[in-house]
Structure formats: C-alpha cells, structure tokens
Design a protein around this ligand. Structure first.
Ligand SMILES: [Zn+2]
Length: 362
C-alpha cells in the first residue's frame, strides 16, 4: 500500500513538473530580464534552444511495482533513495507541493540561463575532478565547441540574493526587484521552518544539455547516486561524459541526421540516449580517457539502472536498463580493442561503429 501511495505521489509530482502551475503566485514567465546574461546573448540563445530543445537526461524517473513482465524495470537502489525524499516530504508539516514545483522549475530556468563562476558538489568537492574531466573530454573528442558546465545547488534556493535573482527573472507575478525581494523573504521564512524546502537533494536533480554548449549537473542527482552506492566521482564523470556526447550529436546533427532512420520520436530518443551511454563508456574506460576499469563502470550502470526508463513509447525514452548496459559494454569493448595502440577514434568513426553494432544492443 505504502509503495502504491509513493508511486501515486511521484506521478503527481512529475506530472506537475511538466505542467504550468495554475496558481498565479507560482506562475513562471519566460525570461525577460537577466542579471546574468547579456541581452544579445539571450537573443542568440533563444534561437538555438527553441530549435533543438533541452535534452533532459535524468529528469524522467520511472517506477514499477514488482512484475515478472517487467523484470528489468524494477525499482533499484537509486529509486529507493528517491522514495526516501518523498518520505521526508510526507513528514514535513511545512512541505508544500506547489512551492516544491515552483522551486524545481525556477531552479531549472536559473541554471539554464546562469553565466558566471561555478562550483560542483555542495562544497565544491568535484571542482578538481570537473576541471580534469572537462580538459580530458575536450581533448578526447575534439569537438571544437564552447562547452559550459553549470553546477546546481540546493543552497541557491536559500540564498536571498540568488533567490531574488531567480524570482525577478522568471516569476510572472513580480514586476521589479523590490517585489522580488519581498517574495524571496516570504519564501525564506517558509524555508526556515521546513526541513525539506529546499535542502532535499530533490531540488537539485537536473542533468541536461542544450545545443548552445550548456551542460548542467545538479548536486542532488550525484548525492542520490552516492546514496545508492555509486562512487561520486564515477557518477559525476559518467554523467558528464554522457552529456558531452550529446554535444557531439548536436555538432554533427546535419551529417548524422541522415543515419537515423526512425519513424517514431521515441525510437530516435532511444538511439540518441543509448549512443550517449555507449560513447560515455568508451571515454570512461579508454586508457587515454578516464581510465576506469569496466567493473566500476558496469556497477554505475547497474545501480543507476532505472534512470533508463521502461516506458518504451515515451518521447524521451532512454532505452531499457538492459539496452543501456549493452550500449555501455559495447563502448568498453571498443575502447579495449584499441588498448595496445591507444588510438582515440573520432566521433564520426565511433558513431558509425555504434550504428553497425546496433544488433548487439537490442
Ligand atoms: Zn542523455
């Protein structure tokens, strides 16, 4: 029964996440003013983002009750940790679902438009790793494309100036900075009483990429994976490598689009996501890449399995857990095949290899 309640609860939350909020006080607007972005930059961004859209990589969580027909789609450790957050919400008398949805949307918009100093991990614990991996990935794939990595932190929603920036930029009910301060102060009062708003990792769970070169990795997502038993550095590296490949896909979209022969949107989405897993595993296990051994990478894919959803006809379908593992294994095998010479294959060659070996994944 408890599980059923949770599933319902998650369903409701996720549904709300993708809907415009009906309450005027939580009504978000498209950005009109950005303290962090030049207007000219904003205009450019509007063009690129509307064209290609956001590629969300961890925003769809799917849960299934034990069902022999869905044996590869059961709740994993990752899902259990997430359910724990909902447990916390249920016992927090100050938790408010409208405010929760407002925070997740506001935060997503903020990290999408923010330009400036960044840190990774709640205390900057992944700063050095991020620097190293960005350098490695830049050299490894040689995309010749400006890539920016924005961190996402729950503490931003508890900081008066940052929260005011967010509200002033994205909240339709607010007309100027003074009103934004006023609203931020009211929300900070709620935050002070609540044990989950906004401390829960749930409010920094974003991981996505945009065609303009922006990558976002939320602390909350890494924390959740760590709680599920995954090494934080591997989780961070794996997500970054996966998102980086989406940049290769954007960069080569003109020449590669003729290789995609899919009639359904979910088939294309599945292909794109599985190829990102494949290319990530190639980089992660390559001796001139992140040099992880396969066991560590395999463990990552196993423990974060249900991020690969099982709603096969969803337009953001990522592939089933088994398909994701097969894709990662293929990437590892390709890296291993070139171990002696240490050759780094170009994105084009890696892409063609993936297409030629699709039968090993499905
Ligand atoms: Zn992805």
């Amino acid at each position: 029964m408890k599980r059923k309640f949770y599933i319902w609860c998650i369903g409701l939350l996720l549904y709300s996440l993708f809907q415009a909020c009906s309450k005027e006080e939580f009504n978000l607007k498209e950005p009109v003013f950005h303290p962090y972005v030049l207007q000219s930059e904003l205009q450019q961004k509007k063009v690129t983002t509307t064209k290609a859209g956001i590629r969300p990589c961890f925003s769809e969580y799917r849960y299934f009750e034990e069902d022999p027909g869905l044996s590869s789609c059961q709740l994993t450790d990752f899902g259990s940790v997430l359910l724990g957050y909902f447990d916390d919400f249920a016992t927090d008398p100050y938790f408010d679902i409208n405010l929760a949805n407002y925070y997740t949307e506001l935060h997503k918009k903020y990290v999408t438009h923010y330009r400036g100093e960044n840190y990774y991990g709640a205390n900057g614990e992944y700063d050095q790793l991020a620097k190293k991996r960005i350098r490695e990935l830049t050299e490894f794939w040689n995309l010749n494309h400006n890539i920016t990595l924005n961190g996402q932190h729950t503490v931003s929603l508890n900081d008066r100036e940052t929260l005011t920036d967010m509200i002033e930029s994205f909240d339709r009910s607010v007309r100027n900075r003074n009103e934004a301060y006023h609203k931020a102060d009211l929300l900070l009062d709620v935050n002070a009483l609540s044990s989950t708003l906004p401390e829960s990792p749930y409010f920094a769970m974003d991981a996505f990429t945009l065609a303009n070169g922006l990558l976002v990795i939320g602390d909350g997502l890494i924390e959740t994976l760590v709680e599920a038993g995954i090494d934080g550095k591997i989780a961070f590296s794996a997500i970054l490598a996966h998102e980086w490949w989406h940049q290769a896909q954007y960069k080569n979209s003109n020449s590669w689009s003729t290789d995609y022969n899919f009639t359904e949107a979910w088939e294309l989405s599945r292909f794109i996501e599985l190829e990102a897993d494949f290319a990530a595993a190639y980089f992660l296990t390559h001796k001139r890449g992140a040099t992880y051994n396969w066991k560590r990478i395999e463990e990552y894919f196993q423990l974060s399995f249900n991020v690969g959803d099982c709603l096969v006809e969803s337009n953001t379908h990522h592939g089933t857990p088994t398909q994701r593992m097969n894709a990662a294994k293929l990437g590892y095998e390709l890296a291993k095949a070139h171990t002696k010479k240490g050759t780094i294959l170009s994105p084009d060659v890696v892409h063609v290899y993936f297409i030629e070996n699709l039968d090993k994944i499905f």
